[in-house]
Design a protein around this ligand. Structure first.
Ligand code: SF4
Length: 469
């Protein structure tokens, strides 16, 4: 189980985010660009829709025989000289990695971007035993310097403007007066990081996929840091959720065809790195040791649970870019490792439904996420399911439960509905201004605090219908 990253209530986090002008500027530019690029990429790719169906079918079929595919993966990773570890919890995963670090005498670890290592809060644990973790993905490097957490699944520093990054680099890297020029800033990051790759003893990565039939771990990156992380340090540790296994190389081709298009609108990401065990005799590059950590952390329980479909997720980030809530409040306001619509489901998976009693409502259920998702995950359906669970398990506050129960009862009984409309019309009179209700008293004011309420119509549809017939 992972801890919440912030402890202030969601309402306060969201309000703060809504007031942050820089956050809006950065989010607006980045998400608008991602949406357009994705649309263009699929617009030029007529096979895209069929491949999305195929990818979804592969994910479902793999989940149905997950144990068998994992067994094949383990056998094949070991066949090529790798070691496989199974971690039931985040704590166990941390312990496994720390043991490897201690045994190999590691002092520095370079990391390529990995949400799985964020999920298990690995950096803090490494620091606690004297191993310096260095993020080498540019976005991750930025947020590590800023002592923050990623706010997007594929673009961790999406919440920062280039001006903010220039200030940060000037301050943290002692290079005063840097211009807000992405090319200059990238060059500086590259200079800083090159040395670290050469000094590091440990390379830590996530994995986009692991191919069972060959024991291959697949990394999809744009910066080449994944290749350096997997080939320069003497030990490579890959951390991966168990659901990332896929049966074959043919399946991999299907996912690669849609992943980058969904994420960044590219035909393919710049680097697709295939790792098969440690360096073999005669090879010049590669680590002495390769370890694959297979992480459960609540995933396996959901194979038969209401959040099963969220195990299809490729972590492309497309659902975040199109979500009207994410686009307003950004990733940090969600408060946990995984932001956005899929993040709510993953948070519930990792931390239980009580962790999302508020977040489950942070969605308009507009369905944009499901439309954008390359594997067509029905996120709104599962959010509704979570809301039901939060209600049934009495996690929601009692006034909310009572009001919604009463409302459901009224909607299900026509006589009560008609009576309610008449009473509502009378009671609302003091509050209607210019055809809207902008403020309600007491508990009901929670609703109108952030949005208007349409008033009960002067004549309901049923009354008008009756008059016409
Ligand atoms: S739910 Fe779908 S759209 Fe969202 S990150 Fe996962 S694969 Fe991408």
């Amino acid at each position: 189980m992972s801890e919440p990253i912030v402890t202030t209530p969601l309402r306060e986090r969201a309000s703060n985010a809504l007031r942050d002008r820089f956050l809006h500027e950065a989010l607006d530019i980045a998400t608008t660009k991602f949406i357009a690029l994705r649309r263009e990429a699929f617009g030029d790719f007529p096979q895209g829709e069929a491949l999305r169906d195929r990818a979804r079918a592969i994910k479902e079929a793999t989940l149905q025989r997950l144990d068998a595919h994992l067994e094949t993966l383990v056998a094949n990773v070991e066949r090529v000289g790798g070691h496989v570890h199974f971690a039931t919890t985040a704590e166990e995963a941390r312990r496994i990695i720390l043991d490897i670090a201690r045994r190999t005498g590691a002092r520095m670890a370079v990391k390529s971007k990995s949400m799985a290592t964020e999920e298990i809060h690995l950096n803090d644990a490494l620091e606690a035993i004297g191993v310096t973790p260095v993020e080498t993905d540019l976005g991750e490097y930025i947020i590590q310097l800023a002592h923050e957490r990623p706010s997007h699944i594929i673009a961790p520093a999406i919440h920062k403007t280039k001006g903010q990054v220039a200030e940060l680099f000037s301050r943290e890297l002692h290079r005063p007066g840097l211009a807000a020029d992405p090319e200059v800033l990238t060059k500086i990051a590259r200079e800083e990081l090159r040395e670290k790759f050469l000094q590091a003893d440990l390379g830590i990565t996530g994995a986009n996929f692991a191919v069972a039939e060959t024991g291959t771990v697949v990394l999809v990156t744009n910066e080449g840091n994944g290749r350096m992380t997997t080939s320069l340090p003497r030990v490579h540790v890959a951390v991966m959720g168990v659901e990332k296994v896929i049966p074959s190389m043919t399946d991999l081709a299907v996912f690669l065809a849609i992943l980058a298009k969904s994420a960044t609108g590219q035909k393919l990401s710049v680097y697709t790195t295939l790792v098969q065990g440690p360096r073999r005799p005669g090879e010049l590059e590669g680590p002495d040791e390769f370890h694959l950590v297979l992480l459960d952390n609540g995933r396996i329980a959901q194979i038969a649970g209401p959040l099963r479909e969220s195990l299809y997720c490729l972590r492309c980030g497309a659902c975040l870019n199109v979500c009207p809530v994410y686009r307003q409040i950004g990733g940090h306001a969600y408060g946990y490792t995984y932001p956005g619509p899929i993040g709510i489901l993953l948070t519930a998976m990792l931390n239980g439904p009580a962790s999302v009693k508020d977040l489950a409502h942070a969605s308009s259920l507009c369905g944009a996420c499901a439309d954008a998702c390359p594997v067509r995950i029905d996120i709104p359906k599962m959010l509704i399911e979570l809301r039901r669970q939060v209600d049934e398990e009495r996690i929601a506050p009692w006034p909310e439960r009572v009001v919604f129960k009463a409302f459901a009862h009224i909607l299900a009984h026509p006589v009560l509905y008609r009576l309610g409309a008449r009473i509502g019309r009378t009671l609302q009179r003091p509050f209607v201004r210019d055809g809207r209700i902008r403020a309600l008293p007491s508990f009901f004011g929670q609703w109108t605090r952030t949005r208007d309420l349409p008033p009960v119509a002067a004549r309901t549809f049923q009354e008008r219908w009756r008059d016409r017939s």
